[in-house]
Design a protein around this ligand. Structure first.
Ligand code: HDD
Length: 756
C-alpha cells in the first residue's frame, strides 16, 4: 500500500477518459479539447472513499446510529445542482445580456455560489488554531478497572476515537515545526457518553490559575501593533511576561528543550496535565495523572532543521501524520496513569497535586499502562472534522471526575464558551464529528443551526405529557456524580496556596535530568530566543530566572547574550534527577522513519533496490531522490523516483543512503542534461544539491550511508568518510543494517554541533 510520499510527485491519476459524447454537443461547451484533457462527461456519483478513510459511525442527533452517510445530504446525486437540488446545465459563465453584455442580477446560481463562498470560513480557534487530526481506536487493557468504573477502561473494550494535534500560538496557516507546545486532544466516543482528554505534549502549564490565561496568550501571540512574529515565542512580550510571572518558568524550560520541536506528532508524549479523580464501582477514589507514551519513541528535530522545514514544507507534521496513516503505518500510543492516594491534602511525596506547574516524577509514581490508542484512518474532510471538532475538558463519563485545580476550573468554562462563537451557536454537538456515539436525549432545544427535529411536547422535567420521558439514570450509572470531597472552611479569597509559590525547584529537577546534549540544546534555544528580544531589561530579567534554575544554564545563555551573569535570588533546590524526563539514551524501533536514497541514472541500481526493499521490510519509508522525476534503471525493472534534487531537502529524511557520487547532470560536452544526471568524475562535479543534502544531514547528526564510491560525494562535501554515523561499503544490506542501528538512538548526537 504505497503512501502518498512514495508515489512520484506530479504523477497523480491521469485524466479519466470521456464517455465518447462529443464535448461540443453539450450546452455551453465551445470547441473540443484534446482527448487527454477532456473532462469525464458521463454522470457518476462521488468517488468512493478510500479504505482508510472510514470515519466514526454516523449517529442521528438523538444518538442512535443512522447508517446514513453525512455527505449524503450534500452529495447525493451525479448532477451539479443548486443548494435546493435544481440541476444546473452550466456553471462556468455568469448570465449576461449577450456574450459581451452586463451580468444580470437575476442569476440565482451566481449569487448563491458567491454568497456561500463568502461565508466559507469560520473564526479560527483563539489558541491551537493550527492542527491535524485522525480517527482511530482505543483498546482498553482492563488494568484501570481496579480504580475506575469507566466502562471504556474495562477489559478489552474498543472505543472509537478522534485525535487532534496542534500548535498553540500560530494561526491556522502557520508553519508546523515552530518552537511551541503541541496540543494532544482525544475524543473517546464511549458508550456512556463522550470523554475528552484535552492535553498537551508538555506535562505542566504556564499558569496556575485560569484567570491568567488571556495574559499568557496575549504575551505569546504576535505583537498587537504589527502582528509579528507569527507562531513564535522569540519576542519581547512573551519573555517579558514569563520572566515577571515566574510560575511560567517550568513550562518555558520544557519549550526551550527539544520537546518544543517534535520530529513528528507520532513521536511525542501526551499529558493530561491536571490531576483527575477516578471513581470505582464502590465509590472509592484515586487521584491520577494521564500520560500518552508513543510506541515510536520520543524524538525531536534540531533547531536549524526545524527552521529550514518551516520554509521547505510548512505542513511537515500534518503531512507526516496523513502519509503514515495512508501507508498503513498506524501510529500508536499507550495510555497510562500515575496513581496517588486521594488524601485530604492532595499531595504526593510533598508535591502539590493541584498545582499544574508540577509533575510527579515517574520514578516516584510509575506510569501504569491502561490501554492502546491506534490512529488508523485519515479525515475525509478537514473542515468538517479537524476544524469543526470541539473538545471540552468537562466532557466526562462515569468513573472520571475533576479535582480543584484552579486552572482546570477555568477551562471547564472556557471551551464551551469559545465554541459557541467559533461554531456559530449552541448546537455544534450535532455536527457529525461531535456527535456522541451514546444515545442522546438532552432537552436542549432550538438555537442557531438546529438540525434535529425534536418531537414531543414536553422538553421539561417533571412532565406527564411526554409520559415522564426522558428518565433519570440511577446513581450507579450516571455521570457527574459529585465525589463528597470536603471543601476547607475558609473566607473567600483571591490567593493561591503557599505551595504554589515554589517556581524553581521543578525546573531545576528537569534541568538536572537532561543529558549533556539536551542541556546544550536548551542553552542554545534560550540564547536564540532572547537574542531576538530588543529590550535589555527583559534579557537581564530572564538571566536572573535562569540563575534560579542552574548556574551552568545561566552562564551559557549569558555568554551567548554577551551579558554579565546575575546572582540567583533563591536558594537552589536539591533535586534527585528523573531519567524518565530525558529523551535520549534509549533504543527505538526504526518504524516510520524516512530514508532518502540519493541516486542518479548511472548509479548502482542493485544498491537502490536493496536499500528500498530493506527499508520497506523494516517498516520505514524509503524515498528515491534523483535529478529528475519519473523512473531510474533499466526498462525491465524501473524504480520510481519520489523526489528530485529540486524538491528534496535533507530535512525530510532521518537517514540518507547515497549511491555513488551523483553528478550535476552535465553531458559529455558539459551541457546541462537535467533528466539524466551522471556520476561525478571527481569531487568538483558532484551535484551541489547533493552536497547541501549531505552537509545538512551531517550537521544535524543524521545517519549517512552509501556505496563505497559515495566517498567522492562526501569528500566533495568536505565531510570525513570515517566520522561516527557515516557508513560506506560494498554491501548495501550491511550498510543498511548499520543505519538502522544508528536510527535506534535517533541521531548521532556527538557529531551534532551544540549551537545548531
Ligand atoms: Fe486550552 C483549546 C489544551 C489550558 C482555553 N486547549 C485547547 C486545545 C488543547 C488545549 C489541546 C485544542 C483542542 C482542539 O484540538 O480543538 N489548554 C490545554 C491544556 C491546558 C489548557 C493542556 C492546561 C493544562 N485552555 C487552557 C486554559 C484556558 C484554555 C487555562 C482558558 C481559561 N483552550 C482554551 C480555549 C480553546 C482551547 C480557548 C480554543 C479552542 C477551543 O478551546 O475549542 O477554550
Amino acid at each position: 500500500n504505497p503512501s502518498r510520499q512514495e508515489q512520484g510527485q506530479g504523477q497523480g491519476q491521469g485524466p479519466v477518459p470521456g464517455s465518447g459524447v462529443p464535448e461540443e454537443s453539450l450546452p455551453g461547451r465551445p470547441g473540443a479539447k484534446p482527448a487527454s484533457l477532456q473532462e469525464p462527461t458521463e454522470p457518476h456519483g462521488p468517488l468512493p472513499p478510500k479504505p482508510d478513510q472510514s470515519g466514526p459511525e454516523t449517529v442521528g442527533p438523538t444518538g442512535q446510529a443512522t447508517g446514513e452517510d453525512p455527505a449524503r445530504s450534500a452529495q447525493s446525486g451525479a448532477y451539479l445542482t443548486t443548494a435546493q437540488g435544481a440541476r444546473l446545465y452550466e456553471s462556468d459563465h455568469s448570465l449576461k445580456a449577450g456574450a459581451r453584455g452586463p451580468v444580470l442580477l437575476q442569476d440565482h446560481h451566481l449569487r448563491e455560489k458567491i454568497t456561500h463562498f463568502d461565508h466559507e470560513r469560520i473564526p479560527e480557534r483563539v489558541v491551537h488554531a493550527r492542527g491535524a487530526a485522525a480517527h482511530g481506536v482505543f483498546q482498553s487493557y482492563g488494568t484501570a478497572s481496579r480504580v475506575t468504573k469507566a466502562a471504556f477502561l474495562a477489559e478489552e473494550v474498543e472505543t472509537p476515537v478522534f485525535v487532534r494535534f496542534s500548535t498553540v500560538l500560530g494561526s491556522r496557516g502557520s508553519a508546523d515545526t515552530v518552537r511551541d507546545t503541541r496540543g494532544f486532544a482525544t475524543k473517546f466516543y464511549t458508550e456512556e457518553g463522550t470523554f475528552d482528554l484535552v492535553g498537551n505534549n508538555i506535562p505542566v502549564f504556564f499558569i496556575q490559575d485560569a484567570v491568567k490565561f488571556p495574559d499568557i496568550i496575549h504575551a505569546g501571540k504576535p505583537h498587537p501593533d504589527r502582528e509579528i512574529p507569527q507562531a513564535q515565542s522569540a519576542h519581547d512580550t512573551f519573555w517579558d511576561f514569563v520572566t515577571l510571572h515566574t510560575e511560567a518558568t517550568h513550562h518555558t524550560l520544557w519549550n526551550m528543550s527539544d520537546r518544543g520541536i517534535p520530529r513528528s506528532y507520532r513521536m511525542m508524549e501526551g499529558f493530561g496535565v491536571h490531576t483527575f479523580r477516578l471513581v470505582d464501582a464502590e465509590g472509592g477514589t484515586t487521584l491520577v495523572k494521564f500520560h500518552w507514551k508513543p510506541k515510536l519513541g520520543v524524538h525531536s528535530l534540531v533547531w536549524e532543521e526545524a527552521q529550514l522545514i518551516n520554509g521547505m514544507d510548512p505542513d511537515f507534521h500534518r503531512r507526516d501524520l496523513f502519509d503514515a496513516i495512508e501507508a498503513g503505518a498506524f501510529p500508536q500510543w499507550e495510555l497510562g496513569i500515575q496513581t496517588f492516594p486521594d488524601t485530604p491534602e492532595q499531595t504526593f511525596e510533598g508535591i502539590d497535586l493541584l498545582d499544574p506547574t508540577k509533575i510527579v516524577p515517574e520514578e516516584l509514581a510509575p506510569v501504569q499502562p491502561v490501554g492502546l490508542l491506534t490512529l488508523n484512518a485519515n479525515t475525509k474532510n478537514f473542515f468538517a472534522e479537524t476544524e469543526q471538532v470541539a473538545f471540552h475538558p468537562g466532557h466526562l463519563v462515569p468513573g472520571i471526575d475533576i479535582t480543584d485545580d484552579p486552572l482546570l476550573a477555568g477551562r471547564l468554562f472556557s471551551y464551551l464558551d469559545t465554541q459557541i462563537s467559533r461554531l456559530g451557536g449552541p448546537n455544534f454537538a450535532q455536527l457529525p464529528i461531535n456527535r456522541p456515539h451514546a444515545p442522546v436525549n438532552d432537552m436542549l432545544r432550538d438555537g442557531m443551526h438546529q438540525t434535529a427535529v425534536h418531537t414531543g411536547v414536553a422538553p421539561y422535567r417533571p412532565n406527564s405529557l411526554d409520559g415522564g420521558c426522558p428518565f433519570l439514570a440511577g446513581a450507579d450509572t450516571g455521570a457527574y456524580i459529585e465525589t463528597p470531597v470536603q471543601v476547607p472552611a475558609s473566607a473567600k479569597r483571591r490567593e493561591a496556596p503557599e505551595s504554589f509559590s515554589d517556581h524553581f525547584s521543578q525546573p531545576r529537577l528537569f534541568w538536572l535530568s537532561m543529558t549533556p546534549t539536551e542541556r546544550e540544546h536548551i542553552i542554545a534555544a534560550y540564547t536564540f530566543e532572547l537574542n531576538k528580544c530588543y529590550e535589555q531589561a527583559v534579557k537581564e530579567r530572564a538571566l536572573t530566572v535562569l540563575a534560579n534554575i542552574d548556574p551552568v544554564l545561566c552562564e551559557g545563555v549569558a555568554a551567548g547574550l554577551g551579558l554579565p551573569v546575575p546572582p540567583a535570588t533563591v536558594e537552589l533546590a536539591t533535586a534527585e534527577p528523573s531519567p524518565a524526563l530525558s529523551q535520549l539514551g534509549q533504543t527505538w524501533p526504526p518504524e516510520g522513519r524516512v530514508i532518502g536514497i540519493v541516486a542518479d541514472a548511472d548509479g548502482d541500481m542493485d544498491a537502490v533496490r536493496t536499500v528500498r526493499e530493506a527499508a520497506l521490510g523494516a517498516g520505514m519509508v524509503p524515498l528515491v531522490v534523483a535529478p529528475a522525476g519519473g523512473t531510474l534503471g533499466a526498462d525491465s525493472e524501473r524504480i520510481a523516483v519520489q523526489r528530485t534534487y529540486a524538491t528534496a531537502r535533507s530535512t525530510e529524511f532521518d537517514a540518507l543512503f547515497v549511491v555513488g557520487a551523483p553528478g550535476p547532470g552535465l553531458d559529455a560536452q558539459g551541457v546541462r542534461d537535467a533528466k539524466a544526471g551522471h556520476i561525478a568524475t571527481d569531487a568538483a562535479t558532484v551535484d551541489p544539491r547533493v552536497l547541501l543534502m549531505l552537509a545538512e544531514a551531517y550537521r544535524h547528526g543524521k545517519a549517512i550511508g552509501g556505496t563505497a564510491d559515495a566517498a567522492t560525494a562526501l569528500e566533495a562535501a568536505r565531510l570525513p568518510v570515517d566520522a561516527p554515523g557515516v557508513v560506506l561499503g560494498d554491501s548495501a544490506d550491511d550498510v543498511f543494517a548499520q543505519l538502522v542501528e544508528l536510527l535506534g538512538g535517533h541521531r548521532v548526537w556527538h557529531r551534532h554541533p551544540a549551537s545548531i
